[in-house]
Ligand binder design. Structure first.
Ligand code: FMN
Length: 185
């Protein structure tokens, strides 16, 4: 089993990273962690090259992730909540999945293939649960673009008062979700 984690937090020992590390320990197989803040990846500029070609006009580190799309079994999107959304750099990074939308939907290319994958959404929020509806919807749209079905969400909230490492509710959620991914092989 191969799992790709796209981490949209800039904090090296932050709340998202705590969940990622705990989950990683519980998951079988190979883990590929991409911290989007460390990547040299430009946002999609809607140049529409992908309206004609099965590729992206921008040549940068995104090629690593493109290469993994038909290889990994799971994709995990992890983000802190910023302004009730996924973080800007994560949204910028995944805007480069637009090439798949262009090929599959805009061009209806009969040769389009995207491996079906399983997904998970990890969220960290300073405030309460009421923040999470919109980012969960966004994360599901992003996962859908890469043919990834979300199996669930692990969220830690009110991190302003209780950081993830002190959130007693996380252990069981992580065990349950890891079990789900591990058994879905
Ligand atoms: C620019 C910015 C915007 C934020 N906006 C929200 C918000 O809208 N709702 C919320 O609950 N927390 C918000 N927060 C708090 C973070 O979501 C919270 O601190 C989170 O646990 C950080 O996760 P991390 O340590 O994984 O980066 C914001 C933090 C920053 C820096």
């Amino acid at each position: 089993m191969k799992t790709l984690i796209l981490n949209g937090s800039p904090r090296k020992n932050g709340d998202s990273r705590f969940i990622i590390d705990a989950l990683t320990k519980a998951l079988k197989g190979e883990i590929i962690l991409i911290n989007v803040y460390d990547e040299k990846v430009s946002p999609c500029i809607d140049c529409r090259y992908c309206w004609k070609e099965n590729d992206c006009a921008i040549k940068d580190d995104m090629s690593k992730t493109y290469d993994l799309m038909n290889e990994v079994d799971n994709v995990i999107l992890s983000s802190p909540i910023y302004f009730s959304e996924l973080s800007g750099p994560l949204l910028s990074y995944v805007s480069r999945f637009q090439r798949y939308y262009a090929q599959k939907v805009l061009r209806a290319d009969p040769n389009f293939y995207m491996k079906p994958k399983k997904g998970l959404i990890l969220l960290s929020a300073g405030d309460d649960l009421s923040n999470l509806e919109r980012p969960i919807k966004t994360a599901k749209i992003i996962l859908g673009m890469i043919n990834t079905k979300s199996l669930g969400v692990i969220a830690t909230v009110q991190t302003n008062e209780i950081p993830a490492k002190e959130d007693k509710t996380l252990d069981q959620k992580i065990i349950d979700m890891a079990k789900l991914l591990n058994s879905a092989e």
